[in-house]
Ligand binder design. Structure first.
Ligand SMILES: Nc1ncnc2c1ncn2[C@@H]1O[C@H](COP(=O)(O)OP(=O)(O)OP(=O)(O)O)[C@@H](O)[C@H]1O
Length: 283
């Protein structure tokens, strides 16, 4: 597994020669294919303001003709909701970081924050690539595969299609989206639910491919809903989210022993991912 500063040669081999861009920060070298990215994120929080409409009592109004009601005390209050709460972690070239958590726990929001896709004062905390704030050249070296298949749905004459325009299956479209992002030879590849719509064998194959991608010195961050145990063991690092908070960040292989040490262990052998999701769901 390559460490920071190890470079990929043009033929795809990993060399021990330090990557020039890791040591200098000139614009040209940052765009070269051998630029390895270590991603650090500290105390990432994302808050949104939400409108809460509450209807008070209704007054029945009687007049000639039909009876109708008037909303007398309809109020609108603005409430702040915390989607991500103090998320901290790090992932290096050659590693796969998997973000696990129940639906609505904040996985997509975190990936968007790490990919520099969330801006404004709603987002606080720090996201660094090689100890520097995310810059345009770094973002150009970042591939992002969204949860939805957004690849060319408007081009009705492609064989890709979308939900309504059948070309290829959803899973195949997903893989085309991933291949599309791989074309830019990203140093950092972020994938939101890449295995949704895939059967477990295909999901396993996909993660095997991502493992090969990581071995070439890329940094891979992915959210995943319900990985099988053989997929789980491919994750170097795991970050478990529950209602926007981090339940666990560390090596995937050490998650079970960590929870056992704090008094949580399954009563029978089970897929670590299932156990972690149960914990995140509070069951
Ligand atoms: N801009 C926003 N405004 C209001 N609510 C938001 C916003 N962004 C995210 N949320 C809410 O934050 C929560 C987390 O959303 P997010 O999509 O990150 O969850 P998730 O873990 O990826 O879910 P899923 O697995 O279902 O995709 C959800 O309840 C979502 O509705």
């Amino acid at each position: 597994m390559p460490g920071f500063g190890e470079a990929e040669t043009p033929n795809g081999d990993l060399s021990r020669e330090p990557c020039r861009a890791a040591n200098s920060h000139d614009f040209q070298s940052i765009l070269s294919p051998c630029y390895p990215i270590t991603l650090k994120f500290m105390d990432v929080c994302y808050r949104v303001k939400q409108e809460n409409k509450s209807n008070g009592s209704f007054k029945r109004v009687f007049s000639r003709g039909p009876t109708y009601s008037v909303d007398q005390r309809s109020t609108v209050s603005i409430q702040e909701r915390t989607i991500l709460n103090g998320i901290t972690g790090m992932v290096s070239p050659g590693e796969i970081l998997a973000v696990l958590g129940p639906s609505g726990s904040g996985k997509s929001t975190l990936l968007n924050a790490l990919a520099g896709r969330l801006q404004g004062h709603n987002l606080t905390g720090t996201v660094l690539a090689n100890n520097r704030k995310l810059s345009k050249p770094v973002l150009k070296r970042t591939g992002f595969v969204t949860q939805d298949d957004v690849l060319y749905p408007h081009l009705t004459n492609t064989i890709i299609g979308n939900t309504f325009i059948r070309g290829v299956s959803g899973g195949e479209r997903k893989r085309v989206s991933i291949a599309h992002e791989m074309l830019i030879n990203p140093s950092l590849l972020i994938l939101d639910e890449p295995t949704s719509g895939l059967d477990s064998t295909t999901a396993y194959r996909l993660f095997s491919t991502l493992g090969t991608v990581a071995e070439k010195g890329k940094t891979v961050v992915t959210s995943v809903h319900q990985p099988s145990s053989r997929v789980y063991q491919m994750f170097d690092l795991v970050l478990v989210l529950s209602e926007g908070r981090c339940l666990y960040f560390g090596k995937g292989s050490e998650a079970m022993s960590y929870f056992e040490s704090v008094g949580f262990s399954p009563s029978f052998p089970m897929n670590p991912a299932d156990f972690l999701l149960d914990l995140a769901n509070g069951t």
